[in-house]
Design a protein around this ligand. Structure first.
Ligand SMILES: NC(=O)c1ccc[n+]([C@@H]2O[C@H](COP(=O)([O-])OP(=O)(O)OC[C@H]3O[C@@H](n4cnc5c(N)ncnc54)[C@H](OP(=O)(O)O)[C@@H]3O)[C@@H](O)[C@H]2O)c1
Length: 252
């Protein structure tokens, strides 16, 4: 059995590719031979990821993008097709986790989470689908979370966005199945060591979250990128619908 992932000739767009899971996934896909389009707001960080991919012989293209801007998301998809001639894999990864109790919350943070974690997933999918349908195939990978399956105090709005991503992904899978060879994969990580928790606005929740992570052998972004690479390198008739990945020590 040959277990080596080969994405030669494929084109992938990865949102949130400037750090954490997105940056590692971009490198994994680039090393496996895919042409990768890297999107996020921090252009300097995207260039660093692109340089790493190119240093091992891969091909990367940077498209600075704020995924809350619907037109910019459409331009990202258009520019990918212009640059590489196709769009085979879309990884909707950009996300923010602005945890606060509802009673204490700044409602701007509700809006930001809905726009980045959910609206952008739907808009990027809407922009990519016609291209995949015309090609006759494509793969959309949505990064959700354990928080898309379980709720926690202080995570209600984040939970709402990730439950939304889960619902959107499954309904989308039902919608596209049978018409085209389009695959939908939902990735649900538990604790991963990235910058995500640095932005939690509530001091107590941020400290609690960091403490929890410090007390266990958490996942690395590379652990998640391996699962994504596994899903996108299956033969066309195999659709890995859902992967829930926790650190072995994570109970909830
Ligand atoms: N870390 C965990 O424990 C964990 C667990 C479950 C699920 N997840 C999910 O995994 C995904 C990636 O998170 P991560 O852990 O890798 O955290 P991260 O390192 O903070 O990465 C988040 C990425 O999202 C991008 N982003 C945020 N707002 C954006 C915007 N408006 N436009 C474009 N890009 C934006 C950031 O780039 P810029 O700031 O450069 O724009 C960054 O590249 C998220 O969807 C998160 O919910 C993470």
């Amino acid at each position: 059995m040959n277990l080596t992932a080969n994405l030669d000739g494929k084109t992938a767009v990865i949102t949130g590719a400037s750090s954490g899971i997105g940056a590692e996934t971009a490198q994994a896909l680039g090393e496996a031979g895919a042409n990768v389009c890297l999107a996020a707001r921090r252009e300097d960080r995207l260039e660093e990821v692109a340089n790493k991919i190119e240093s091992v012989g891969g091909t990367a293209h940077v498209v600075p993008t704020d995924v809350t801007d619907e037109e910019a998301v459409q331009e990202l998809i258009d520019e990918t097709v212009e640059e590489f001639g196709s769009l085979d894999i879309l990884i909707n990864n950009a996300g923010v986790m602005l945890l606060e109790k509802v009673e204490d919350a700044n409602t701007d943070n509700f809006r930001t989470m809905v726009e980045v974690n959910l609206m952008a997933v739907m808009n990027a999918t809407h922009a990519a689908l016609p291209i995949m349908q015309e090609q006759g195939d494509g793969h959309i990978v949505n990064i959700s979370s354990v928080a898309g399956r379980k709720t926690w105090t202080g995570a209600s709005a984040y939970n709402a966005t990730k439950f939304g991503v889960n619902a959107f992904s499954e309904a989308l899978r039902e919608e596209v199945t049978g018409n085209h060879n389009i695959r939908i994969t939902l990735i649900e990580p538990g604790y991963v060591d990235t910058e995500l928790s640095d932005h939690i606005p509530d001091d107590n929740i941020r400290q609690y979250s960091k403490q929890e992570m410090a007390e266990m052998d958490v996942l690395t972004a590379e652990d998640i990128s391996r699962s994504i690479l596994f899903a996108v390198s299956q033969p066309p008739h195999v659709d890995i619908n859902e992967l829930l990945i926790r650190p072995t020590e994570q109970k909830l």
